[in-house]
Design a protein around this ligand. Sequence first.
Ligand code: ADP
Ligand code: MG
Length: 257
Amino acid sequence: MLVSTYPIPQGQPAQSTSVISAAYNLIKVYGKGESEVRALNGATAEFNQGGFYAIMGPSGSGKSTLMHCLAGLDRPDSGQVILAGMDITTLNDKELTRLRRDRIGFIFQAFNLLPTLTAKQNIVLPLELAGAKVDRAHLDAVVASLHLEKRLDHLPSQLSGGQQQRVAVARALITKPDVIFADEPTGALDSSTSAQLLQYLRDCVTNLGQTIVMVTHDPNAAGYADKVLILSDGQIVMHIDHPNADVVLGAMKQFGA
Ligand code: ADP
Ligand code: MG
């Protein structure tokens, strides 16, 4: 007779991961005839909740187009874009605008802060625009995570570039978005300020459970991510788990970046 002395594993794996954002077979063509450009040519990618992802690839490979489709800023010609279980390509423009406001955070290369508002006013602006209440505990956690406690009453002009970008990160975090999309977030920063900002983004993923998808061309930046996805000619051609700068650089050379 066979007696099982160990509990038989059941149900979910210990570290269950759930897909929060995904693109399936995206096609996006700009222009017509001679001037036609296939920016996305069957791009498929999945992003798990609480992960930090870097999208890389040569200039013109479709990174920004993919990110804009994932974030509902642009529409693919065909394919599915999933956010939190919903196919957002079925939404009309008004619904998409609302979805972006309520469920997605953005960080751009230019910090895009409002110059006449203080750091704190900039951070809570998305909530004000949505007519939502400020969650005091979350605001404190975000401000502490980005070490902005002593800068809240400053105007953007009174802050360094790195501090301004930290305010922009806090503004992206304040609505507890499903995903933050960042397009070259360190593009305007020097290398030591970049390293500091990337560590803060890393901390937001690790400590606050935030999901971040970042477009970058910098192998050092990609080294902070959990996973790198490499785009070439509008398709994802490689995944690198637990990336480091050397491995990423090698992969980039392979694909002509
Ligand atoms: P990346 O961000 O990787 O540099 P993009 O997604 O910006 O690449 O662009 C992919 C391709 O699509 C490029 O050839 C680019 O010129 C083209 N493209 C992007 N946006 C437009 C647009 N609005 N009109 C025409 N062509 C575009
Ligand atoms: Mg781009």
